[in-house]
Write a protein that binds this ligand. Structure first.
Ligand code: NOJ
Length: 559
């Protein structure tokens, strides 16, 4: 493939790294991570090979949903730093070849946002129609709430104005009314503002929820300001974004079935979200690991719709929320619970897990490495949540999703080197026990050639050297072992093959990788071998073993 295409559509082969600024590195010893601290660690991320940094919300917030409850869409929370420090961070990251994107939270605001405070004063408020209100008692919506431990309806009664407002998430996060043209203009202005400050795009929070609001209002024929098509808002926003900055992207959080995700990509036109997280393949991966069988992953990837060439799937194994298993059947979810989180204290909302990957895999380095090798070799753009690169664990005693939002473990010193503050001042404590900083930390792993950190670094380099994995067409290579996934990604005559063993038993597979004899260059190791005359090669894998190889014609020289 043309290597120059990779810098054009950069997001198709990026390595995205998600950071919670507050828990990454504290530069001033007040117990909270900050922008200056993150800037201090940019060289660390560059050394790891990260190419795109995703900042979780840094806006002013009362922190009732860890920053996803915003009181000023144009602000920087003073606890984290200033606009000046944000710009310095972006410039430093760019200088090291790292783009920066940030969470864009436009489905809702905090109820402490001045717009909502005004809106809830009176039905005649200027901002009343910036939120979604109803005057009649809502029906039972308990099945639609996102956080069933905290809410039983998506409507909250407002005592002062005697109407109900919509909130898909917590009651203190009223949904913005996207059907209102003024709200849409303000969102565009926000996007323009942050692009101007240097961001290269956004991780767009909770996309299906705000598009649904438009749909509701869109059914009201008396409204003139409503986009006829609920997806029109996304198309308009995308067009605006790319007018302001041609290579900026929107990566959407869209946990819906594939046929609906296809619509959020803008179907064959590809004119809505540039990227979406692949929640379905993520969940299938855990099912596959629980069963020791590759089939669920094959089914998931083969069920993906064919998306526009400029669009991309963001693949991941873990994020900052619960590890949701909501797209599995009840029986499948139970299988994953039994394998990876049998205790009720490990589970959340009846649909997910509180744990990080290494603890779920009993700390087995073979399984952990196999899982990441798989993540980086499946077609898509891998996204890593901070701490995954060193195999951090979780704090099960922390409340809900906070279990995986613990301080980054930099060294084996006090507070894992995250802050010099007294532990009492930390918002989340450092992970205790066997996964704590004495055993799992950056400094030790950077020095150790055999560490997970060095393995991840090599994986990232390998992924970047195989753009076919981001761009290519996926093909399953037939072979008889159900514990094995053998696949190829093809692009413009180039092929990369990957083989993964989901079982603890060693296995040897014969793979037909071409129609004629070819050379196989081992991407993760050093070796070069040949197939037989018919393009078949024998691959021996250890328990949980894996290989990647690039194919070369027999006549060519291996580069
Ligand atoms: C999705 C985010 O990932 C989650 O952390 C947040 O609570 C909700 N959106 C509400 O903003």
């Amino acid at each position: 493939m043309k290597i120059t295409d990779t810098s054009d559509l950069w997001w198709k082969t990026a390595v995205i790294y998600c950071v919670d600024i507050e828990t990454f590195y504290d530069s001033n010893g007040d117990g909270t991570g900050d922008l200056a601290g993150l800037a201090d660690r940019i060289d660390y991320l560059a050394e790891l090979g990260v190419t795109c940094l995703w900042l979780m919300p840094f806006y002013p917030t009362p922190r009732r949903d860890d920053g996803y409850d915003v009181v000023d869409l144009y602000g920087v929370d003073p606890v984290l730093g200033s606009h000046g420090e944000l710009v310095e961070l972006i410039r430093t990251a760019n200088d090291r070849g790292i783009r920066v994107i940030a969470d864009l939270v436009i489905n809702h605001t905090s109820n402490q946002h001045p717009w909502f405070k005004d809106a809830s004063k009176s039905k005649d408020s200027t901002y009343r129609d910036w939120y979604v209100w109803r005057s009649t008692k809502p029906p039972d919506t308990s099945s639609q709430v996102v956080f069933p431990d905290a809410e039983d309806s998506i409507w909250k009664y407002d005592e002062r104005t005697k109407e109900w407002y919509l909130h898909h998430f917590y009651y203190h996060q009223p949904d913005l009314n996207i059907a209102n043209a003024k709200v849409r203009d303000e969102i565009a202005r926000t996007v323009g503002f942050w692009l101007q400050l240097g961001l290269d795009g956004f991780r767009v929070d909770a996309v299906p929820f705000f598009v649904a609001d438009v749909e509701e209002k869109g059914e009201d024929p008396t409204r003139k300001d409503v986009p006829a098509d609920p997806h029109q808002h996304l198309k308009d926003l995308r067009a605006f974004l790319n007018r302001r900055k041609g290579n900026a992207i929107m990566l959407g959080e869209v946990n819906v079935p594939f046929d609906q995700q296809y619509q959020y990509f803008g179907e064959s036109a590809g004119d809505e979200l540039h990227m979406q997280f692949d929640f379905i393949t993520m969940q299938a991966t855990y099912l596959a690991m629980a069963r020791g069988k590759a089939a669920p992953i094959v089914e998931a990837i083969q069920a993906r719709p064919l998306i526009h060439p400029a669009c991309q799937w963001a693949t991941f194994l873990r994020n900052h929320d619960e590890l949701t298993l909501d797209k599995l059947s009840d029986e499948e979810r139970q299988e994953v619970f039994e394998a990876f989180g049998p205790d009720p204290e490990m589970q959340l909302y009846g649909r997910g897990l509180k744990r990080r990957l290494p603890t779920m895999l009993d700390g087995d380095p073979r399984r952990i490495r196999m899982a990441y090798s798989l993540l980086f070799s499946l077609p898509g753009t891998p996204t890593v949540y901070y701490g995954e690169e060193i195999g951090m664990g979780e704090d099960l005693e922390a409340d809900g999703r906070m279990a995986v939002r613990t301080p980054m473990q930099w060294n084996d010193g006090p507070n894992g080197g995250f802050t010099t503050a007294s532990p009492r001042r930390l918002r989340s404590r450092v992970v205790p026990g066997g996964y704590g900083p004495e055993h799992v930390n950056v400094a030790d792993q950077r020095r150790d050639d055999g560490s997970l950190w060095n393995f991840m670094r090599q994986l990232i380099q390998s992924y970047r050297s195989c753009p076919e994995l981001g761009w290519g067409e996926f093909q399953v290579l037939e072979q008889p072992h159900e514990a094995v996934l053998a696949h190829a990604c093809h692009k413009d005559g180039e092929t990369v093959v990957a083989v993964h063993n989901f079982s603890s038993e060693p296995v040897t597979v014969d793979l037909q990788v071409a129609d004629e004899q070819v050379r196989l260059e081992d991407v993760l190791g050093q070796g070069v071998r040949k197939t037989d005359e018919k393009g078949v090669v024998e691959v021996a894998l250890e328990g949980y073993g894996f290989r990647w190889a690039r194919l070369h014609p027999i006549t060519s020289r291996v580069r």
